[in-house]
Write a protein that binds this ligand. Structure first.
Ligand code: SF4
Length: 451
């Protein structure tokens, strides 16, 4: 029998969950064509580096990854956000085989065909129906649209990824269904602007199972809620129709968790940022949402030190945060991004002031988080296990998204595997994490539970 060479492709995936989904699509296509995905540079016929070019530190990490792949292997294809500026990539790392931008799956695959021969018999049997995933099997990101119709001044995503293009709702639901069939326990819905989903499709109707549903966030959440797994919504702007998903959370159809990137609270700064939905009466709405669904957890991110932000604006933000009592909060010091409109704004905030505001902001948010987590002590909560070590299991409750929020440490819970769902008694809490022990696992619970 003749031994044939199977082309091997090395892969480095950097950046946000949206870039991760791009990587999964490229890998799925290559695997379906019979390529092997290699864990090391050495021995790979070609290496793909999926880059992030959003802020300077991400660019630097991407350039370092390209240089490392060039040194170790020498045959490198660059894709992703950094690829939008091909000239800069070629200037810093001359000799790369090709440079393509985000979502250019076909071009990447074509470049791989040129660099490494396509295997002769591309049997598709090695590809699971749900595609290849870079996240653990028990949770999956589902990207529902690309691009964004807004023009926030600090952001270059619309120039990198274009205006909003929503995926047909049937395609999203079919993908979600395949992921659930393959063992996913948690679907994380991502996009640049989840509440705008379907706007470009004029929220048109499509047939799904025995009914017709609109390409609309509410219908999507409802249909995903029928799949009997955790459904978590990310990047939701507080447009009025967001009110309609809160009852779905109260009913237990989707997780009572909303990731709303507010970025600021001062009307003046929000206006200068050109943020969408900035005129919504957010505090009142939070109150209303909590009255409908008391378990709801709100996660958000903020930027301090945006050009023109005064001490008064910042104090407005701190007071707002105290009042809003958000559960999970991230904060960034404003950083100029090449090509962003905000670079032309007057009154930059000095670095030491940004640092001081960041520290003050984090102190308030940490205090809120610690107080909220203290209230969890004594509760029994469903925990989805992400990791098992010699000392116990590490998982998350509904209140925590993977990689960005807190964790639950279950000491001594070593007889589990990632993806198991257990009921845990919460014994203790720190500012961001919970500590507890398993009281019941899903094999013992015939009825099942939500959270
Ligand atoms: S909503 Fe604003 S920050 Fe978000 S992707 Fe669109 S332009 Fe960027």
């Amino acid at each position: 029998m003749t031994q044939t060479h199977t082309s091997k492709v090395g892969f480095v995936s950097l950046g946000c969950p949206k870039a991760l989904v791009d990587s999964e699509r490229i890998l799925t296509k290559l695997r379906s064509e019979g390529y092997e995905i290699a864990a090391e540079y050495k021995g790979s016929d070609v290496v793909i580096v999926n880059t992030c070019g959003f802020i300077d530190s991400a660019k630097e990490e991407s350039f370092n990854a390209i240089k490392e792949a060039m040194n170790e292997n020498g045959k490198v294809i660059v894709t992703g956000c950094l690829g939008v500026d091909e000239g800069a990539v070629r200037e810093v790392t001359p000799g790369v085989l090709a440079v393509t931008g985000p979502q250019q799956y076909e071009q990447v695959v074509n470049e791989v065909h040129k660099a490494a021969p396509q295997p002769h018999d591309p049997f598709t049997h090695l590809v699971p129906e749900a595609g290849l995933k870079l996240t653990p099997r028990h949770y999956s990101y589902v990207k529902i649209s690309e691009g964004c119709n807004h023009r926030c001044k600090f952001c270059i995503i619309p120039s990198l990824r274009g205006d909003l293009v929503s995926r047909p709702i049937r395609a999203v639901l079919r993908e979600a269904e395949k992921l659930v069939e393959a063992g996913t326990q948690e679907l994380l819905i991502i996009s640049q602007d989840t509440s705008a989903y379907g706007l470009d499709l004029k929220h048109g109707l499509e047939k799904w199972k025995d009914r017709e549903i609109r390409a609309h966030m509410t219908d999507l959440a409802n249909a995903l809620g029928d799949m009997d797994v955790w459904v978590r919504l990310h990047y939701v702007y507080p447009y009025p129709h967001v009110d309609d998903v809160i009852p779905l959370m109260a009913e237990g159809k989707i997780l009572p968790y909303l990731d709303i990137p507010f970025q600021h609270a001062s009307p003046k700064v929000l206006k200068a940022m050109k943020r969408p939905a900035n005129d919504a009466k957010v505090l009142e709405r939070l109150k209303k949402w909590r009255s409908i669904c008391p378990e709801i957890v709100i996660r958000s991110t903020f930027i301090v030190g945006f050009p023109g932000e005064t001490e008064e604006d910042f104090e407005y933000l701190l007071n707002w945060l105290q009042e809003a009592q958000l559960d999970r909060v991230g904060c960034f010091k404003y950083e100029a991004v090449d090509g962003a409109a905000a670079n032309a704004l007057p009154d930059p905030v000095p670095e030491d002031v940004k640092q001081d505001r960041w520290e003050r902001f984090m102190a308030v948010s940490q205090e809120i988080s610690a107080a909220k987590l203290q209230q969890r002590i004594g509760m029994e909560m469903a925990v989805l296990i992400d990791e098992v070590t010699d000392e116990g299991a590490i998982g998350r409750t509904y209140a925590d998204a993977p990689e960005i929020d807190g964790k639950v440490f279950l000491e001594g819970a070593i007889d589990y595997v990632p993806g198991d769902m257990v009921m845990a008694h919460i014994d203790d809490a720190s500012a961001y994490d919970l500590y507890g022990h398993v009281v019941i696992d899903d094999d013992q619970d015939e009825e099942g539970w939500d959270w």
